[in-house]
Each structure stands twice: as C-alpha cells, then as structure tokens.
Design a protein around this ligand. Structure first.
Ligand code: NAG
Ligand code: NAG
Ligand code: NAG
Ligand code: NAG
Length: 559
C-alpha cells in the first residue's frame, strides 16, 4: 500500500484549522544541530566582545574596539540581544543583562538629543516585551521599563492637544526633556509599526492606552488616500491626517507598515479582518502594478512608484523582507498565486547574495524592466552595464550594514516550504558574513560588496544581534523553536506569542501538487467535491498532500 493511502485516516487525528503556516514535517538533522551550534557560538563571541569593549553603550565599534551611541545611549545592543539569547537557550547570558536593565533610567536619555519613535518602539519596547514572554513572564522589570519608555513616547501623539487628548498619528521624534515631539511629517513605517509591540505592552502592563494609540495610528493611515487600492504614500501630516508624499514603496520609510498588517492579523487570529483585507488588497495592487521582470535573466523585481513621477525600477535589501512576509500571508490566505510570486521574489533576493564577489548582497540596485520603452539603462560600456549583463541587476548602493532581510525571507522560505535549498543559501550567507564582516571586535559593516577584498566600516548595528544572528540560528534550530504557528516575529525579529492559535482565515485551499519533470509545483485549482468551508474533507487532504510530499520543491525558478 502506498503510504499516502493512509492519509485520510490520519486526517481524523489532525484538528481543523491547525498548522496554517509552518511546514509540519521539517527535519532536525545532525547537520542542522552542528550549524545551529556554530551560529550560537558566533553570537556568544560577538556579544562577549560587546561586553568587553562597549558594555552599556548602544553599539560596539568593531574596528576601534569601543562603544558608541546612536539610540540614545540606553544600551540598544543589550536590549536588542535579549530575545536572541532566549531563543538560543542562553538563559544565563540573558540573566546577566538584567542588572543593566534595572539600572537604566528610560525617562532620560544618557545622550542628549531627540528620541526616534520608530526605532525606540521596534528595538527597545519590542525587545523588552518579547524577552518578557520568552523568559516565562516573570521578570516584571522588562514590562515596567517598556512602559516607562512608552509613557514618554505617548507624548508624540498628544502634542498641542488640550488635556493631552491624543491625536491619531504620532510625530517622528520626541524630546524626552520637554515631553514635546518635533513637529513635522511622519513616515508610513513610523505611523504603522507599533501595533504588535503596543498590543503586548497594554496586555502585560494593564494600561490600554498604548494599544489604543497604535491602533488609532494604523486606522488613521487606512483612512488616507490610496494611490492604488491598498497602497499608501510614504509620509503624512499628523496634524491634518493627510498624505504628503505619494511615493509607494516596500522599502525604507514604508516597509513595515505592510508587514504589520498581516502580522497583526496573524497574532490576533484575524479578529478584525480589515488589516488582512487591506494587506491582500495591497498585494494584489502590487502584483498588478509594481512587479517587473528584468530584461536580463528574467528576474522578478518590485519597483517603487509615485503617481507623480512614475516608477523607479529599483529594489533594496530592506524590501527583501517582503518575500517572507508574502509567504506568511499566502499561507494564511491560502493563496497560491501570492505564494508562487513570493518564492520567485525570494529567489531574486537570494540571487543578490550569490552573484556578488563576496556572497553578500548590496543595499540597493537597479534593473531594466521588460516591456518598458524609456526605462533608464546603465551607461553602455560601463562596469554597471557589464554587471547588469551578467546578473540582471546593477548595484546603486554597494554597502552592507549587517542587514537581515534577505536571510529573513530565506528563513521563512525554509520553515514554510521545507525545501532544504533555503538552508544551504542561509548557510552560504552565514559563512560569507563570518568571513568578510568579522572584525577585531564583533562584526563590522562593509563599505562595498562589489570587491574581492572587503573594506570594513567601524559600525555594527544592534540588529546584527537581534535579527541577523537570530534568523541564521532559527534556520538550523529545532523547527519547533519559534514555531510559525505559535509566534509572530516583529520587524526587529523579536518573537511574540500569537494571542490565539484558533485561526479563522477562511476556507482551506485546494492546492494540487503536480509533478513537472522531477520538480514539484503548486497548481491552483479547485478539486471537484471539495467544498472548502470548515477545512474538512477533500480540500484538507489536498493540503496535506501538498505538505507531505518530501523535500518540497516549490521554487518557480532555480538559479
Ligand atoms: C530618571 O531621570 C529623570 C530625569 O532626569 C529623573 O527625574 C528621575 O529622578 C530619574 N529616576 C531615577 C530612578 O533615577
Ligand atoms: C496609561 O498610560 C497613559 C499614557 O502614558 C497615561 O496617560 C495614563 O495615565 C495611564 N493610565 C493609567 C491608569 O495608568
Ligand atoms: C490570490 O491572490 C491574487 C493576487 O492578489 C488574486 O488575484 C487572486 O484572486 C487570489 N486568489 C484567491 C483564490 O483568492
Ligand atoms: C494621480 O495623478 C493624476 C494625473 O496627474 C491625477 O489626476 C490624480 O488626481 C492623481 N491621483 C491621486 C490619488 O493623487
């Protein structure tokens, strides 16, 4: 008997609505254990260097071996590293950071200057609430300190209002001495990247205001002009609640707004469908209007777009978070069109790593889109033209600042498809970073990836510890660690427990796997008699078949 013949019986044992996102049958091999241990050791050494040379400062300067501060001096690297320590099982190391936290006064920045609402929420508040959950909800200091920060940040919503009645959107910068924000415009990402962190903080602090502020801001954005359905401009006036810059982008200033629409829906089990609906609408618009293939190599890329100035035909390392986010949303929405497109985009992002001399991708790049008459071309005869001819993109900013997004999407691709090729790509990236970014102390940014001999920069962002090392680790860890059906992961890679594992994201899909010359692809289509609702019967069987085919090869392109 073919083993799959048993599946209908096994189905009876599997609860409806379980296992929406992560592939249920991921292995945990000896090789994975070895690699995870190497990543953990690398993280430990890097953090030890930080402790030795920069303790209490925001960042470690990896070449001059001293501390420096770009996040107001509260020890950003410590706070950003805590959830990574807990994920890696480094509980003692985590405990060793608590005295620093207890001694930190988050009401006044050690370094004079304004405080970034966005960076402070994603790095500090997110790091604190995630560490609180991951350490068993027993270190109250983590919530108290997060609340101290958030009470100060709340003033960014109330400037100039009588009796502090909040307006809906925050300003970008806060002065903690005067409790006044710097007035001006606010970016889409700042207005829309706080609902995960503030929802958790309200839950654990018992003060509903934080969540209320975050939700007001998200909802205010949803009421503004959409330049295409579900796509929003880059900057807003918090005073007037109108969009002031019509650039639509998935890169800097905008990215995590879209990211949080679907992650918030995931965390709450789609309690209010407006967020996921908006995400789906935006993805649909992006698929119709912002996706292009390069004239060389057929690589799929997204483009920024403005109603006034048109398309940029550029893509960026930051925007490479998107394939992973689309894979997550495609699983929740049961949409194989989004799923396949996301995998193609993940291939493209991975290609920016495998195609450079160092094996690490650049900050941003250009391409020439198929079927567009007057798109900019690289100068004929230039090095850029040569590179475009080889790769299907040419680099516009060659620096690498230890960003995680490409590895992040490869991590999602591994956990969702189970295709081990993604692990190999992540491992190649880890080895490249270890080889080229390792510095006298910790790890350093690179001035350019377009060279055979890397030139390092005396900078090391805290997201190296929070994000890059965590995604490296989770690609090789036991797949039950930060299982994607138990956690959502913030934009700074701080895991947060889902509020419910009972999802109601609509009927089960009817995806069919068909074999195409040894390569399995997902085909969309309904199977006769598989009424989707409730997720029972034939459609669920089809989904399981889809899942249980070994070493699923769903990549639509291989490089
Ligand atoms: C924290 O700093 C503020 C502002 O300088 C000060 O008023 C407060 O007393 C400090 N708190 C502690 C516990 O030192
Ligand atoms: C909740 O937090 C807000 C914002 O800082 C504050 O104004 C309010 O007094 C707090 N409420 C309680 C009950 O502590
Ligand atoms: C899947 O998403 C695509 C792109 O947004 C959309 O056109 C299509 O209708 C969706 N399919 C289903 C079954 O919802
Ligand atoms: C987009 O541009 C067109 C043409 O300039 C203009 O008529 C339209 O109002 C713009 N749309 C939005 C939403 O601003």
């Amino acid at each position: 008997m073919h083993p799959l013949a048993l599946l209908p019986f096994l189905l009876l044992l599997i609860p409806t609505n379980a296992r929406r996102v992560q592939h249920p049958n991921l292995p945990h091999t000896a090789l994975m254990r070895t690699r995870a241990a190497e990543v953990r050791q690398t993280f430990e050494q890097a953090f030890e260097d930080y402790r030795l040379y920069a303790w209490g400062h925001d960042e470690l300067a990896p070449l001059t071996m001293r501390g420096y501060d770009t996040r107001n001096g509260w020890g950003a690297t410590i706070v950003d590293s805590m959830s990574t320590m807990l994920v890696m099982g480094l509980d003692e190391l985590f405990l060793s950071t608590l005295p620093h936290l207890e001694a930190t006064n988050f009401t006044s920045p050690p370094k004079p200057g304004t405080v970034s609402v966005f960076e402070t929420i994603i790095r500090y508040v997110g790091g604190l609430v995630s560490a609180y959950e991951l350490s068993g909800k027993k270190h109250q200091v983590l919530i108290d300190q997060a609340a101290t920060l958030a009470h100060k940040l709340a003033h960014a919503w109330t400037e100039g209002r009588e009796e502090n009645a909040p307006r809906n959107m925050p300003y970008t910068w806060m002065n903690f001495v005067t409790n006044q924000p710097e007035t001006g415009v606010v970016g889409l990402a700042t207005a829309g990247t706080n609902i995960l962190e503030f929802a958790k903080l309200s839950k654990y602090s018992g003060n509903a205001t934080f969540f209320d502020l975050a939700k007001r801001s998200m909802d205010a954005v949803l009421r503004t002009t959409q330049f295409r359905p579900g796509l929003f401009g880059e900057a807003y006036s918090p005073l007037l609640e109108i969009v002031v810059n019509d650039k639509v982008s998935f890169g800097p200033n905008s990215d995590s707004f879209y990211e949080y629409l679907i992650k918030y829906a995931h965390m709450t089990g789609n309690a209010d469908p407006v967020y996921m609906d908006t995400w789906l609408t935006g993805v649909n618009s992006a698929m119709e209007n912002m996706l292009f293939k390069s004239t060389v190599g057929d690589w799929l890329w997204l483009s920024d777009w403005s109603n006034r100035t048109g398309y940029s035909y550029q893509f960026s390392h930051l925007a490479c978070y998107l394939p992973g986010n689309w894979l997550l949303g495609a699983r929740l929405a049961h949409n194989s069109t989004i799923y396949r497109t996301a995998l193609s985009l993940a291939e493209s992002c991975a290609h920016t790593y495998s195609s450079t001399p160092l094996g690490i991708g650049p900050e941003s790049w250009h391409y020439v889109p198929v079927g567009v008459e007057y798109a900019a071309q690289p100068y004929q005869g230039s090095r850029a033209a040569e590179i475009y001819g080889e790769r299907g993109y040419w680099t516009s900013d060659a620096s690498y600042i230890l960003r995680p997004e490409v590895v992040e999407s490869m991590f999602y691709a591994w956990r969702i498809t189970g295709n081990p090729i993604w692990q190999e790509r992540v491992w190649a990236a880890f080895e490249a970073v270890r080889k080229h970014c390792k510095a006298p102390a910790g790890f350093a940014s690179l001035i350019t990836v377009e060279t055979d001999s890397p030139v390092r920069k005396d900078e090391s962002e805290s997201f190296f510890y929070a994000e890059l090392m965590k995604y490296f680790y989770l690609t090789f860890s036991d797949p039950s660690v930060i299982h994607l059906d138990k956690y959502t992961i913030t934009t700074e890679a701080h895991p947060l427990l889902l509020e419910t594992e009972q999802f109601d994201f609509g009927p089960e899909p009817a995806w069919v796997v068909t074999e195409v010359e040894g390569d399995q692809r997902v085909e969309e289509g309904r199977v006769d008699g598989c009424g989707g609702s409730g997720g029972t019967g034939m459609s669920q069987l089809m989904m399981l078949l889809d899942f249980y085919v070994p070493a699923l090869e769903r990549c639509s392109a291989t490089s």
